[in-house]
Ligand binder design. Structure first.
Ligand code: SF4
Length: 510
C-alpha cells in the first residue's frame, strides 16, 4: 500500500504516522510527493491556536481512483512545554488517522493509537493525577482503546498497586537481572542471546568467570551506595543450561557480595527448557530459596515444538513439572505462545486442557511476534500462522479460560510485529505475581543487568514540571556474545558503574 501523505501546517511526525498506517496494512510505504502509483491520498491539516492553547486537526482520505472520501477532526489542549506541545499534536494526528483508516479498512484497532508505549506505565502515570474513572475515559476518548483492553489495563494497574503497594517508592532500591546466554538448541522464533551449550564448555567456563567478577564488582558498588535489592531474576538463554555446581557457585558469589541478601523480596530462575531441568539443579534452587521458577511448554503439541526447534518433548515438560512439584517448588510459571506455526483453536484448546491438569501458579501468555533477527522471520514463508480473526479468538478464549481457573492478569506488554497487533499478558493466582515482571515493565526502578545480553535500565531522578514529570532512563546493554563478553565485560562494568554513580549521586542531591 502506497500512501501519499500531504502535510499542511506542520512538519515531521513521519515515524508516528508510519506506525499508525502499519497497524492497518502489512506492507506500507508513505510518500510525501504526489505520485501516480499512490493507492491513497491522505491530507492532514493541523492548526494551532496559541491564545486558546489548542491544536486542531483535520484529515481527508481519498483514493485517486475515486470512491468514498473519509474525514475526521480532533482538537487537543497544548501543553506548556515543547515536549508536551509536540505530544498534543502527535495525539491529534494519531486520532484523526486512526479514524479514517478504521473507516476505510473496516479494521478495529484494539489498542487504538497506543503504539510504542507501555500501556500500563501510561496508565499509572495518568492515575497519579486523575481518578481511575477519568483515566479509563481518557483511554476510550483520546487514545481510542477498545473496551476490553481498557478494562484489562485498569485491572492490571490496580492489581499491581495491590501487589506492590510501595511501587512508586521503590526507586531507592534496584533489581538485578542475570543473563546466562546458553540453551540446548536455538528456537526458531528466538532473538535472545542463546548459544548452543553442547560441546562448548570452554566458553561456558570463561563466561562464568567473567560473570562472577561482574557480580563482585557490582556487589561492591551496591554496598558502598547502600542500596537494597528488591528482586533478582535469572534469565537468558536458559540459566538451567549450566550445571548444578555452576549454579550453586553463582549463588555463593551473590550471597557473599550483594548487600542485605536476606531482604531480597523475590528470586526467580527461568528453567525455561524442560530438557535442562534435573534433580540436582532443583536441589540447588531449593537450597538458595529460589521463590519462583519457569518451566515453559509454549505449546503441548509435539509437532509444533519440533517445527520451532525446541527439541524437547511434551512428556518431558509434564515430567519435569511433576518433579519440580514433588521437590517442593510451589511457585511455577509457564509460558505459552498463541499463534505458533500451524496452530489454531484446536491446538490451543489442547494446550489449555493440558495446562489445566498442571495448574501452575502463574502463566505468561505471549502472542507470537516476528522479531527481525529470528530464524522464523528470515524464513517467514516457511511458517504458516493463523489469521488475525483466529488470533483474536484464541486470545479471547485464553482470557476466558484463565478467568475460569482463577488467574488474574497482573502485567502486560506489547511488542513490535506481534500477530494481530495484540499483547503478551502475565496471569497469576492471587499472591503469586512476579514482582520482577511488574518492576521491569513499569520502569519503576533501576534494573542492573549482569552477564551476556543483559540490559541495564538506569533510572535518573524525576524532574517534575507543570505538565507532569520527565525522567531520563539510560539503557545499557552488555555484549550479547559470550566471546565478546569475556573480552570486554571489564570495560562495560566500569562504564555501567559510572552511569549508576551519576544517577544515584543526582538522586542523593535531590
Ligand atoms: S529456550 Fe528460550 S532463550 Fe533458548 S533458544 Fe528457545 S526461546 Fe531462545
Amino acid at each position: 500500500m502506497k500512501i501519499y501523505l500531504e502535510r499542511d501546517g506542520f512538519e515531521g511526525y513521519s515515524t508516528d504516522m508510519f506506525h499508525i498506517c502499519k497497524l492497518f496494512f502489512e506492507e506500507v510505504e508513505l510518500i510525501y510527493e504526489p505520485s501516480d502509483d499512490a493507492n491513497l491520498h491522505m491530507k492532514i491539516t493541523i492548526r494551532t491556536d496559541e491564545s486558546a492553547r489548542l491544536a486542531y486537526g483535520d484529515i481527508r482520505l481519498s483514493s485517486p481512483a475515486g470512491g468514498e472520501v473519509y474525514t475526521s477532526r480532533y482538537e487537543k489542549k497544548l501543553g506548556a512545554r515543547e515536549e508536551t506541545y509536540k505530544r498534543a499534536i502527535k495525539r491529534v494526528i494519531g486520532f484523526c488517522m486512526l479514524h479514517v483508516l478504521r473507516d476505510y479498512t473496516g479494521l478495529e484497532q484494539a489498542w487504538g493509537t497506543l503504539t510504542g508505549v507501555r500501556p500500563t506505565k501510561l496508565m499509572h502515570n495518568m492515575m497519579m493525577k486523575n481518578s481511575l474513572e477519568d483515566c479509563v475515559q481518557m483511554l476510550r476518548d483520546e487514545y481510542l482503546v477498545t473496551e476490553p483492553k481498557v478494562q484489562l489495563l485498569a485491572g492490571i494497574a490496580e492489581r499491581q498497586l495491590k501487589v506492590i503497594p510501595d511501587l512508586f517508592r521503590l526507586d531507592r532500591e534496584v533489581s538485578i537481572y542475570i543473563g546466562i546466554p546458553f540453551c540446548p538448541t536455538k528456537c526458531a522464533y528466538c532473538t535472545f542471546p542463546a548459544y548452543d551449550i553442547r560441546g562448548n564448555n570452554g566458553s561456558v567456563e570463561a563466561f562464568l568467570e567473567g560473570l562472577h567478577d561482574e557480580i563482585r564488582i557490582t556487589g561492591q558498588w551496591l554496598r558502598e551506595t547502600d542500596l537494597k535489592i528488591t528482586t533478582i531474576y535469572w534469565g537468558g538463554g536458559t540459566p538451567t543450561s549450566i550445571t548444578a555446581e555452576q549454579m550453586d557457585a553463582l549463588f555463593v558469589t551473590m550471597s557473599e557480595t550483594f548487600p542485605h541478601w536476606d531482604e531480597v523480596r523475590e528470586l526467580t530462575v527461568e528453567a525455561g527448557r524442560p530438557d535442562t531441568i534435573t534433580e540436582d539443579k532443583i536441589e540447588v534452587m531449593k537450597k538458595w530459596n529460589v521463590d519462583r521458577i519457569s518451566i515453559n511448554p509454549q505449546s503441548f503439541t509435539q509437532a509444533t515444538l519440533d517445527a520451532i526447534g525446541r527439541h524437547h518433548t511434551v512428556t518431558e515438560t509434564l515430567d519435569k513439572f511433576k518433579l519440580a512439584r514433588q521437590m517442593g517448588m510451589n511457585n511455577i510459571n509457564m509460558d505459552l505462545i498463541i499463534g505458533l506455526p500451524n496452530e489454531g483453536m484446536i491446538e490451543l484448546q489442547k494446550t489449555l486442557d493440558q495446562t489445566e491438569q498442571l495448574l501452575p501458579e502463574s502463566l505468561t501468555v505471549h502472542t507470537l511476534s516476528f522479531k527481525r533477527a529470528s530464524r522464523m522471520t528470515k524464513n517467514k514463508e516457511d511458517y504458516e500462522v493463523a489469521e488475525r480473526d483466529e488470533i483474536e479468538e484464541m486470545i479471547r478464549t485464553t482470557a476466558e479460560w484463565t478467568e475460569q481457573q482463577g488467574y488474574v492478569p497482573y502485567y502486560m506488554y506489547r511488542q513490535k510485529n506481534i500477530l494481530g497487533n495484540q499483547e503478551n499478558v502475565g496471569y497469576a493466582l492471587e499472591g503469586y505475581e512476579s514482582l520482577y515482571n511488574i518492576l521491569m515493565m513499569e520502569e519503576r526502578q533501576t534494573i542492573i543487568g549482569l552477564g551476556c545480553g543483559a540490559v541495564s535500565k538506569i533510572l535518573f531522578p524525576k524532574v517534575e514540571h507543570e505538565d507532569g514529570y520527565e525522567q531520563r532512563i539510560e539503557r545499557f546493554p552488555n555484549p550479547k556474545e559470550p566471546a565478546l563478553y569475556n573480552q570486554a565485560y571489564k570495560e562495560y562494568v566500569v562504564k555501567k558503574i559510572k552511569l549508576l554513580d551519576e544517577a544515584y549521586k543526582e538522586a542523593a542531591l535531590k
